[in-house]
Design a protein around this ligand. Structure first.
Ligand code: ZN
Length: 174
């Protein structure tokens, strides 16, 4: 059965944005996120992380480095607010690779969408302002594939509040 998800960006959304972050000691949880996640948990949201990690493609970090950072922040969030992330997907490529997983493409959650894990009409993607491009891309995706209507809906929903902090965005949730 599909579930409602908050699909969260990592850098600048859950943790402080540090250019080319790839070490655990560089991870700084954004404290204002915690009460928001707790509220979302009370509202029966589940959580996933989708993040572009070109540090791998640029040769700055290994996938092991990125995995260690991701495991660390998942542990920290569990300790802070009892949140578990069902998945952490990252794109290791650089823009020039023109891959299908790097946001604003939706390749990172295609499997979840395909198996019906994510309730596309009740889920939301929350990230930095770059995500505004997502709505444009997914609109195209709907026309091409006819499968991603809900994702478009959620992207539209956040279109007007992408520049607002996460806590303000959540006020708009039903
Ligand atoms: Zn990619």
């Amino acid at each position: 059965m599909s579930k409602k998800y908050l699909l969260l960006d990592r850098d600048g959304t859950l943790i402080k944005h540090v250019p080319y972050l790839h070490r655990v000691k560089e991870v700084e949880i954004l404290p204002e996120v915690v009460p928001v996640l707790i509220r979302a948990l009370e509202m029966n949201f589940r959580f996933g992380i989708v993040t572009n990690q070109s540090v791998i493609g640029r040769g700055i970090a290994s996938s092991g480095d990125v995995n260690r950072v991701n495991e660390f922040l998942c542990d920290e969030f569990f300790k802070l607010c009892g949140i578990s992330f069902d998945f952490v997907h990252y794109c290791p490529h650089i823009p020039e690779d023109k891959c299908l997983c790097r946001k604003p493409n939706i390749g990172m959650i295609k499997i979840e969408l395909a198996i019906g894990q994510i309730s596309i009409y009740e889920s939301f993607m929350i990230g930095n302002p770059n995500l505004s491009v997502l709505s444009i891309k997914t609109k195209k995706c709907v026309r091409q594939e006819g499968k991603c209507l809900g994702l478009v809906k959620m992207a539209f929903f956040f279109f007007g509040c992408l520049r607002a902090p996460l806590k303000n965005s959540l006020k708009l949730l039903p």
